[in-house]
Design a protein around this ligand. Structure first.
Ligand SMILES: Nc1ncnc2c1ncn2[C@@H]1O[C@H](COP(=O)(O)OP(=O)(O)O)[C@@H](O)[C@H]1O
Ligand SMILES: [Mg+2]
Length: 410
């Protein structure tokens, strides 16, 4: 047996998905770990900085002060120190074009400094409060400072980095996938169309000579009383229809409005005498609805669906077709229902893929061709409406109504 490519593809899909989840969560966990470490070290830095300021205030040893300043300047965390009343003491690491003037500054100094922007510092303080608990530093007696600080730019960037990275990768993969799959689809398209045209072309010549031979035979033998010639002519006409179908899918077919009920009934009449008489047929529903159809192709659609229905039925069974119009939309429905073995729910989409078959001698092309003919050539839609294992299946074709049929309800 040929291995089923769709089972394998599913397996691959799950494997790739699992792999992607592992990569994504691994990268998130690792950045998270880095973020935590850096956040811890930034808290220490803010603390060290505030301590150093305290030393500056309480010392007049110059060497020591130089040391303290050098420590202080190596710290990169934006911070604000307030006293216990909430008055600002020092700020660092914020926008250097904004000047903060301590409350205690003289009026003259306040005049001289041009960009006094208290709102900026208040906003900064709020954003720091939202990020971290302040660090408390005891000064003397009951007095203390509160050191507010916020993540350095590096840390803030690192927090969002994995999300940006993963979305960029996801977008890249999506674009690549779409490009590849559309180029693969157009390649498949070329194969379909090319093969169909070539087949029609190759069948053409022998069919026309067969027709000519039959005409000659009719003249030579007693055609009226010889059923053999009539049978032969029937089969050659049938071959002609097959060639015609192939030539139609090789080019854009012409659509004309047809009564759907009549088209289905004609086909069923033709089809039912060719299959086991244990299977009964029934066509019901609206007899007035019209749709734009190309008869050779649409017959092919019906033939594929009904052949599948026949294959799905073991022993006696019934194939019924119901035609109905949508009451709200400008659409009509053709429901092809059988009493066969059914399709499992998770295969409702898969059955339309080329190569999917459960039959020993099947090619798995019938439904994919059918979908193509309904969707690409009749601007319609086809899907498995419902199916129950052991009970039967209903395929639904949706087409656009034409003419004044909108008024007629099913
Ligand atoms: N009416 C149906 N009832 C049950 N199974 C169906 C029916 N129609 C299609 N299938 C399933 O879909 C598969 C694909 O159908 P198709 O594309 O026509 O290829 P093939 O007939 O060569 O197998 C079938 O092998 C069968 O498993
Ligand atoms: Mg088939």
């Amino acid at each position: 047996m040929i291995p089923n490519p769709y089972e394998q593809r599913r397996l691959w899909k799950y494997l790739l998905l699992a792999f992607a989840v592992v990569i994504a969560s691994g990268s998130l966990l690792y950045t998270n770990y880095l973020v935590k470490n850096i956040a811890r070290s930034e808290r220490t830095r803010a603390q060290v900085w505030a301590q150093s300021m305290k030393q500056v205030l309480s010392s007049d040893d110059n060497d020591y002060l130089n040391y303290v300043f050098s420590v202080r300047d190596s710290l990169s965390v934006p911070a604000i120190v307030t006293d216990e009343r909430g008055d600002f003491k020092f700020v660092r690491g914020l926008d250097s074009t904004k000047t903060y003037i301590p409350i205690t500054a003289s009026a003259g100094l306040k005049e001289k400094l041009p960009k006094y922007d208290i709102q900026y510092f208040r906003d900064q303080l709020e954003s720091m409060k939202a990020q971290h608990e302040p660090i408390k530093i005891n000064i003397f007696g009951n007095n203390y400072w509160l050191v507010y600080y916020k993540d350095s730019q590096l840390l803030s960037q690192l927090r969002v980095f994995p999300y940006i990275q993963l979305s960029v990768i996801a977008i890249f993969l999506l674009v690549a996938y779409t490009a590849f799959s559309s180029s693969r689809k157009s390649e498949q398209n070329k194969v379909w169309v090319g093969l169909a045209k070539e087949t029609a072309h190759q069948l053409g010549t022998p069919i026309s000579s067969l027709m000519a031979w039959i005409e000659l035979m009719k003249e030579k033998f007693d055609a009226e009383n010889d059923p053999l010639i009539a049978e032969m002519e029937n089969d050659v006409r049938r071959l002609e229809i097959v060639a015609d179908r192939f030539s139609k899918i090789g080019s854009r077919p012409v659509l004309d409005p047809h009564n759907v009920y009549d088209v289905v009934t004609d086909f069923v009449d033709y089809f039912k005498v060719r299959v086991s008489n244990k299977i009964s047929f029934e066509v019901t529903g609206n007899t007035q609805l019209k749709a734009d159809l190309n008869i050779p192709l649409f017959d092919w659609v019906l033939e594929n669906l009904m052949k599948n229905a026949v294959n799905a039925i073991e022993g006696p069974g019934k194939i019924s077709v119901e035609i109905s119009g949508s009451k709200t939309k400008n659409q009509l429905y053709i429901d092809i229902k059988d009493t066969g073995k059914g399709i499992p729910k998770r295969k409702f989409e898969t059955v339309f893929r080329p190569g999917y078959t459960t039959r020993k001698r099947g090619w798995g092309l019938g439904l994919s061709l059918t979908k193509r003919m309904v969707e690409n050539y009749h601007n319609g839609h086809i899907f498995v409406k419902d199916s129950e294992l052991g009970k039967g299946t209903t395929f639904r074709i949706v087409l656009k109504k034409v003419g004044q049929q909108e008024l007629v309800t099913a």
